[in-house]
Design a protein around this ligand. Structure first.
Ligand code: HMG
Ligand code: MG
Length: 307
């Protein structure tokens, strides 16, 4: 099958990446991370989330982060909004896109947003209407689409059902998310094959966590299914506080290395991404989880040492 000539990557590190950090990350570091990502060519930036600070204390400075972000033309800045309170905050700070997030399992929906799937859809309805009224882009995520930490297996039919309900709310994009990183390539093909019967391919994106080392393979499987929108996170940061044991997102550096190797345009500057991945990892006091990022940084270091 033919692969796309260009993919669109949403950088989620400032939100999905940092929300899972146990130690508080300063607003300065969050803002500098966003600045560096924008300088590396990021055009879709998931900057923060307007969720309850009691549930996710790391995101409590969302309004400050938004106030201090550079906002170059052509960049879509998105934020998570679980309810109207979140939406109003997002609107006040000039977000371009709001993200609602539903789960494909009842158990995860309760743990993550404290309501059933059906209740969550009703809670998102006014958010969707307000987004349309204010001409904001509306994106959705379908969590635990490949497996749930509480329920185990998640039927493909549940993923299709939730995706269709989000489509009916008028979402511009629906991300199919492997929150706990358990999916494998054939599973990805099955899920996209089924979901594309309900939602046009152009509106779908893939959001993969790398817990079982399958994330890059799952990106390739998605490409083969025709998907050309992906979420990724610099240095492979990330995880959901309500999905214990799940590790980071697929690393942006790894996805970009893959895409450029396949001759697929990303609009991103890999060298600058590598720098940013190394920088944020140093800020957080740990090694980057990006295999390509670490390999490229090590190669650079060798080149410096031999010249
Ligand atoms: P609740 O406790 O049922 O809601 O939480 P509530 O309406 O009773 O509110 C409780 C308190 O939170 C109240 O404050 C509200 O005002 C406040 P109090 O009166 O007690 O002082 N509150 C808010 N504050 C700021 N912004 C808001 C907001 N809403 C209420 N928007 C709620 C329900 C949805 C709020 C809560 O469960 C929550 O915030 N959950 C978010 C969990 C979360 O952020 N999870 C991680 C993101 S999802 C993810 O990572 C998956 C993804 O990456 C894709 C994938 O990989 O799967 C997207
Ligand atoms: Mg995630």
């Amino acid at each position: 099958m033919s692969l796309p000539s260009r993919v669109f990557i949403t950088e989620v590190a400032p939100r999905d990446g940092l929300q899972n950090e146990k130690q508080p990350v300063s607003t300065d570091v969050k803002v500098e991370l966003c600045e560096r990502l924008l300088a590396a060519g990021v055009r879709q930036l998931e900057a923060t989330s307007f969720v309850s600070p009691k549930w996710v204390p790391q995101m409590a400075d969302a309004a400050d982060v938004m106030a201090r972000l550079p906002r170059p033309a052509g960049v879509t800045v998105s934020v998570l909004t679980p309810n109207m309170k979140g939406f109003e905050a997002a609107l006040a700070c000039g977000a371009d896109e709001v993200v609602i997030f539903a789960a494909a399992s009842e158990a995860f929906s309760m743990r993550n947003i404290n309501c059933s799937i059906a209740e969550s859809i009703e809670r998102f309805r006014p958010v969707a209407q307000a987004a349309k009224a204010h001409r904001l882009r509306l994106r959705a995520a379908v969590s635990v689409a490949f497996g749930c930490p509480y329920q185990g297996e998640v039927p493909v039919a549940s993923v299709v059902d939730v995706s269709a309900r989000l489509r009916d709310l008028g979402c511009d994009e629906i991300g199919i998310a492997d929150t706990i990183g358990v999916g494998t390539a054939a599973h990805v093909a099955r899920v996209f094959d089924a979901v594309t019967r309900a939602v046009p391919l152009e509106q779908l994106s893939g959001h993969f966590h790398d817990t079982y080392g399958q994330a890059v393979a799952n990106v390739v499987a998605s490409l083969q299914s025709g998907v050309f929108r992906f979420d990724s996170s610099i240095a492979g940061l990330g995880g959901c506080p309500y999905a214990k044991g799940a590790t980071g997102n697929v690393a942006t550096e790894d996805v970009v290395y893959l895409m450029h190797g396949l001759g697929i345009e990303t609009g991103l500057d890999l060298d600058r991404l590598v720098d940013t991945g190394q920088w944020i990892s140093a800020q957080l006091g740990r090694r980057s989880q990006s295999r390509a990022g670490n390999a490229l940084a090590a190669r650079r270091q060798r080149e410096i040492e031999t010249t």
